[in-house]
Ligand binder design. Sequence first.
Ligand code: PLP
Length: 387
Amino acid sequence: MYEKEYLMLPGPTPVPPRVLRALSEPLINHRGPSFKKLIEDVTEGIRYVYQTKHDVLILPASGTGGMEASIVNFLSPGDKVLALSIGAFGDRYATIAKNYGCIVDKVDFEWGTAIDLDVVKAQLDADVNQEYKAILVTHNETSTGVCNDLEGLGNIRGDHPALLLVDSVSGLGVMDVRPDEWGLDVVVTAAQKGFMIPPGLAFISVSPKAWEAYAESKAPKFYWDLGSAKKFLEKGQTPVTPALPQYTGLREALKIFQEKGMDYMFAKQLYLRDMTRAAVKALGLKPLAEDAISSAAVTAVWAPDGIEAKAINKKMREEYNVVLAGGQKQLENKIFRIGHLGYVQHLDILATIGALEMCLQELGYPVVLGQGTKAVQEVIMSRKGII
Ligand code: PLP
């Protein structure tokens, strides 16, 4: 087996060498001036990636902790919320709200599709007494590779007072998100996806309107108390001992965003998505999501008839050291998912598709070697000098 592994997951994603080095810097006093400078720098950097002037706070958590924080800080038991789900993570968001005592109206859309804005509008119009305190939505549904239209959702909400709470764990830094312009009150993300550092930190943006809701919130909170995080940030500190190596790694990763610029980062992701989808289609396979709603972070693909998705992933891992993700819940063993976010580049996709062709052929799927890689190469050549 070759030593080099291709981690083609929708998180955790590969970490750039310069970030790995920054992760091993000596520890510092988390209540001293060096940490103050560090947290100020990374907070500014995260706001740059978020493209927001809202407050952004850093939590010692994976993405789910950030989602939980978005519920307990802005809602109270008994509050009515509208949860829009297009997959496993939309379901999770609804469950968190329910477990904290919210009354959850859950609207499910078929897995592989995006939220239907007309359905959402009808739901909001029916809420004549404006009882919904929040709308919960997944930006990029990692389990299906579908991206929701957040701008459209912000418009549909119109002047309904509900907060818009967004799980962008696998979307932020990967696809264009504009919290301020689109009226996204709270946007949660995590370190191990677009941000290119190991898991363990969550980020959360908070609009002025969300802070007003915070003042009213009666849900129990301590570890996730964002008011406390904000007060400590004003002193250049965190309420609890921060994961120091994560912060130095993050500072370095954020420099990459700042050096390249967000336009480049988003364009690069679309480019990786396009070459992946072109290859999948050239191989006669079917992506789960249609082009218009397809994620720039991950491509979910139906396994061909008669071949188990798990068999494809196993062969890819065991024979070529390419690690792909499988399907979750009802999509288990039906789809495989190719992550292409974070520190992934065009030749990683070329290698992945090359390995996929060989695996599929050996599993009995009729494929001419080079059919998929050619499609990748054509996308690369067509954008030469641009990305
Ligand atoms: N939301 C989405 C869209 C995700 O993709 C994930 C993780 O894959 C999560 C939430 C949960 O994040 P974590 O596993 O970091 O808690």
